[in-house]
Ligand binder design. Structure first.
Ligand code: CP
Ligand code: NVA
Length: 305
């Protein structure tokens, strides 16, 4: 078992380490805006394994490595032996002997864990069926930039108890906020996560009740990647779970709303809110770039000892 540091969930870093990453992300964003970015990843290579589609994750990791002087390598199942069944542990041993850091987007979270177990370099979870911790770094950065500390605030998740929702549960613990989850019965997040965080996370099936007074509303697609066959049934189950002007009206007067994207206007979020001129959703997307640069830096530094 390797002792290398990984980022598979938000619980792999302490609260203070996560806060440092957010602060550093804000610094790196400023450096990019002022043209003072240092090429601190010179000679470093990121291997990017994508078993699911991506726009933001690929572009942010690849652009981030290039902007800091490193290189990113896109690896998909169809163009590697992963697609022909080479075991994860063999792939992990080989790939990690040639690159400095790896990110992996896949289905089962056990795949990410298995890869990390056999990797000699840091591994980043770039989305699994269970968690999407990189998105939470960007979301928390966006909150801090617009509102300051999120500690003690109340967040309302609207929709599926999916990988994003489960990362919000971890974030509630690590960033110290209260989380109310408005999901249809039968679409709750995992019981063990709810039980372990019962002091600050609760289910409230009625979205209007859940959103009342909340400082932040967050949503995501009704059917995640891999659930395409359930799209129609889910559209029926989730019809009342939309972030829209009516829901925002019962939240705190200065509430923000976020969406990791890609979004389906008219489903989980109204077109009106997606296209509102003052939405922070585009900052949230851009912050993937800055937050992940800070994450890469922290992990590469930890690997250098
Ligand atoms: N939010 C997010 O991870 O987007 P992509 O699927 O486009 O990477
Ligand atoms: N829950 C979504 C997030 C996409 C970024 C999915 O897994 O497809």
């Amino acid at each position: 078992m390797s002792k290398t540091r990984h980022f598979l969930t938000l619980l792999d870093f302490s609260s203070s380490e996560l806060r440092q990453i957010i602060d550093r992300a804000i610094e790196l964003k400023r450096a990019r805006q002022t043209g003072t970015e240092q090429r601190r990843f010179k000679g470093k290579v990121l291997g990017m394994i994508f078993e699911k589609s991506s726009t933001r994750t690929r572009v942010s990791f690849e652009a981030g490595m290039a902007q800091l002087g490193g290189h990113a390598m896109f690896l998909s199942p169809s163009s590697t032996q992963l697609g022909r069944g080479e075991p994860i542990k063999d792939s992990a041993r080989v790939i990690s002997s040639m690159v400095d850091i790896v990110m992996i987007r896949t289905f089962g979270h056990d795949v990410v864990e298995e890869f990390a177990r056999f990797s000699r370099v840091p591994v980043i979870n770039a989305l699994s069926d269970d968690y999407h911790p990189c998105q939470l770094l960007a979301d928390m950065q966006t909150w801090v930039e617009h509102r300051g500390s999120i500690s003690g605030r109340s967040v309302c998740w609207v929709g599926d108890g999916n990988n994003m929702c489960q990362s919000y549960i971890n974030a509630a613990r690590q960033f110290d906020f209260e989380l109310r989850i408005a999901c249809p019965p039968g679409f709750e997040p995992r019981d063990d996560l709810l039980a372990a965080n019962a002091d600050r996370v609760r289910i409230e099936h009625d979205p209007l009740e859940a959103a009342r007074g909340a400082d932040l509303l967050v949503t995501d697609v009704w059917a995640s990647m891999g659930q395409e066959a359930e799209q129609k049934a889910r559209a029926r189950a989730f019809a009342q779970y939309q972030v829209n002007a009516e829901l925002l009206a019962v939240a705190a007067s200065d509430a923000l709303y976020m969406h990791c994207l890609p979004a389906h206007r008219g489903e989980e979020i109204s077109a009106e809110l997606m296209d509102a001129p003052d939405t922070v959703i585009w900052d949230e997307a851009e912050n993937r770039l800055h937050a992940q640069k800070a994450l890469l830096e922290a992990l590469l530094e930890s690997a250098a000892g």
